[in-house]
Design a protein around this ligand. Structure first.
Ligand SMILES: [Zn+2]
Length: 250
């Protein structure tokens, strides 16, 4: 018996079950997914079965692999869960088709990301390795611990009374540093610096993160880069470094 035949025999004795049928790729709950037959209504609708998760309530189209290549299934979410804890999944899965390989990668990365956000929320930033720069860039002191360095960050402010994006003025753009004491921007025009205690708020969406620092809605803004550091995790890291407000204790 050849190796190939032996492998085929083994495959037959242990039928392959695609991972999305064992557990949810989106929320990682085991045994929460169920497959239902394709629904056709007046001839409209796909001929693919639907995969529903009873935990996160996502719904996906599932295309099984062929008998010769059962591992080559595909998945496409039709209904996402936009709960903050599934931020990474929402952005990365979207409503596009994903091959088995892509879907498994997103699912694994998303699981790690969710843990890191949870860690950051609890004030634990041990997954980062902050360093001191010697010499430090302008406006940074020698004792500052640099947690993150990001390029392509802009500093903007609202130019009128309106908060509409079209009324925003870009003050500068450049390399951004987050330290244990300050945020810095080595801009093309000049260098900017704000103490962490001057940060008014931090927010994020599916496209970017923002740190509000001054009057006129002045804020630093950076792109969401899920492959490197997504906007949600970034915001959680900044929040973990912010000085605790004393009045929150009471
Ligand atoms: Zn789920």
């Amino acid at each position: 018996m050849s190796d190939a035949e032996r492998a085929a025999d083994a495959a037959q004795s242990e039928p392959y079950t695609p991972p999305p049928l064992l557990g949810c790729l989106y929320c990682h709950t085991e045994g929460s997914t169920s497959l239902s037959a394709p629904r056709k209504f007046l001839g409209i609708g796909g001929d693919l079965p639907t995969l529903t998760c009873s935990h996160c309530h996502t719904i996906a189209l599932f295309e099984a692999g062929t008998p010769e290549a059962p591992h080559e299934w595909r998945i496409r979410y039709k209904k996402l869960s936009r709960a903050p804890r599934y931020y990474y999944m929402t952005v990365q899965f979207g409503t596009r088709w994903h091959t088995a390989e892509q879907a498994m990668q997103i699912s694994r990365n998303g699981y790690a990301q969710r843990w890191r956000v949870r860690q950051a929320h609890s004030g634990d930033l041990t997954f980062l390795q902050p360093t001191r720069f010697s010499p430090p860039p302008p406006l940074m002191s020698y004792d500052e611990l640099v947690y993150l360095t990001l390029s392509g960050v802009t500093l903007k402010q609202s130019s009128g009374g309106s908060l509409s994006a079209t009324d925003e003025t870009i003050l500068d753009a450049g390399t951004f540093y987050l330290t244990d004491q300050k945020v810095h921007l080595l801009g093309h025009r000049r260098d900017w610096s704000h103490k962490l205690s001057d940060i008014q708020s931090v927010d994020y969406n599916e496209r970017h993160w923002r740190i509000y620092v001054g009057a006129n809605q002045q804020h630093y803004q950076g792109q969401n880069y899920p492959d490197q550091l997504d906007a949600q995790l970034f915001a959680a890291i900044v929040q973990a470094l912010l000085p605790k407000k004393e009045d929150e204790e009471g």
